[in-house]
Design a protein around this ligand. Structure first.
Ligand code: FAD
Length: 399
């Protein structure tokens, strides 16, 4: 085996890349993590990521192993109930409300919600504790040369790093994936998401609420109180031109529009952050690896934000990679390890991307008869207890 500078090079310091650095660093591997864009760790700073991540049970366990959960626990809002509301009738009002309660399948909540900017802050603090992890913000990966025994990665600061495994966590346009020549299949919906925080007079009671009418889901996910008031993170998906119109509205008009879209379930909603806009696509890489390269997170798969799947799938990638790396440390980055990774992850990733694509298309439906059909489908699924429980377990990734 050749002598490398680091066991692992993580390309990308987004939430997924920072998690990977903490996971493998905590397991004793030497890790270099690079990102050309330094992470923004303050809520109200320009460019901060105001999305939140609902970490489902299996992800929480991995964060715990990586020494992250102790730092995150105090800031997390538990999700006990997932409420699905169909408001696809003539008026924007609830016509079907179904509660999926975590207590039906487990004695723990479905998951815990945390703001992405705060995740970055706490993850950086964790990396600082790990002497075997080197995080270099302001530096990116520039080129890739691989051989059977190692990868050589050129960085934007002009240096070259030799490593046994490159973990590509550099986003949906992943430069490392492109350098490795792995193709992707992309689906576009002409849809965008508005993500922001609100306060509201009616408490959320740890219920995550997904309201379907047309254009895509409107989801409120619990946050801890903000300035003494109940608070939620909202993801509001609509077709692109409608998102543009909404994001340009003055605050008062926007607040009226979102209160109507929420069917006023929590009373009048008040903006508690700026509005941010995210493009929505589905994408899946044809393979999850190349020689000495493992693709994880959005470098490997992108889904619309429904059912809190995106980053949770990413942590699923890391769970398998870690298991394989620990089972045979001397095989780290080998063809055998990476083929096994692909075989164990790719079918599940493809199934989830397909499932979420279907849910998104159902939620976008404009025509009334189709919206009625969607409501009937929700009723049917819910009325069969075993189906309902299986769906909850599949959503969690425990089945
Ligand atoms: C509105 C919205 C809400 C969501 N809510 C949830 C949720 O509740 N639960 C959930 O599980 N998921 C959710 N997701 C999905 C989740 O946010 C994404 O999966 C996650 O943020 C993507 O993280 P990433 O680190 O893979 O990619 P990114 O955040 O895109 O990070 C990629 C990083 O790579 C860096 N990079 C680029 N080029 C290079 C280079 N050459 N070298 C090194 N680094 C480079 C970039 O600067 C960037 O920091 C949501 C998504 C959206 C859009």
């Amino acid at each position: 085996m050749s002598i490398c500078d680091f066991d692992i090079l993580v390309s990308g310091g987004g939430v997924a890349g920072l998690t990977a650095a903490a996971v493998f660093g905590s397991a004793g591997f030497s890790v270099l993590c690079v990102d050309p864009t330094p992470p923004i760790t303050q809520r109200d700073a320009a460019g901060s990521d105001l999305r939140t991540t609902a970490f489902l049970q299996p992800s929480q366990a991995l964060l715990d192993r990586a020494g992250l959960w102790d730092r995150l626990d105090a800031h997390a809002a538990p999700l006990q109930i997932m409420r699905i509301v169909d408001a696809g009738g003539a008026l924007p009002e609830p016509r079907i409300v179904k509660d999926f309660n975590a207590s039906d399948i487990s004695d723990r909540p479905f998951g815990w919600n945390l703001p992405n900017w705060l995740l970055r802050r706490e993850m950086l603090a964790r990396l600082d504790e790990l002497p075997n992890v080197d995080f270099r913000p302001g530096t990116g990966t520039a080129n890739l040369f691989t051989r059977q025994a190692e990868a050589r990665v050129g960085l934007t600061d002009g240096t070259t790093v030799r490593t046994r495994l490159v973990i590509a966590a550099d986003g949906r346009g992943s430069p490392m994936r492109q350098a490795a020549g792995v193709k992707v299949k992309t689906t576009r919906y002409g849809q965008k998401a508005l993500a922001f925080a609100v306060t509201h007079p009616i408490p959320h009671e740890n219920v995550s609420t997904e309201i379907h009418r047309s254009g895509g889901p409107f989801t409120l996910v619990p946050l801890p109180d903000y300035n003494g008031l109940p608070s939620s993170a909202i993801v509001w998906m609509e077709r692109g031109p409608e998102v543009k119109r909404l994001s340009d509205l003055p605050d008062a008009e926007f607040e009226a529009a979102m209160t109507e879209r929420s069917c006023a379930l929590f009373g009048p909603l008040k903006l508690a952050s700026r509005r941010t806009v995210w493009p929505i696509i589905s994408q899946v890489a044809e393979r999850m690896y190349a020689e000495r390269v493992a693709l994880v997170a959005e470098a490997a798969h992108v889904v619309p934000p429904i059912g809190a799947q995106g980053l949770n799938m990413s942590l699923g990638d890391m769970r398998i990679l870690l298991e394989l790396a620990q089972a045979a440390p001397d095989q780290l980055g080998s063809a055998k390890m990476l083929e096994t990774y692909h075989r164990r992850r790719h079918p599940e990733v493809q199934a989830r991307v397909t499932g979420i694509d279907l849910l998104n298309r159902a939620s976008m439906m404009q025509a009334r008869p189709l919206r009625d059909l969607r409501a009937a489908g929700l009723n049917a699924i819910y009325s069969l207890a075993p189906v309902r429980k299986t769906m909850m377990q599949m959503g969690l990734g425990t089945r």
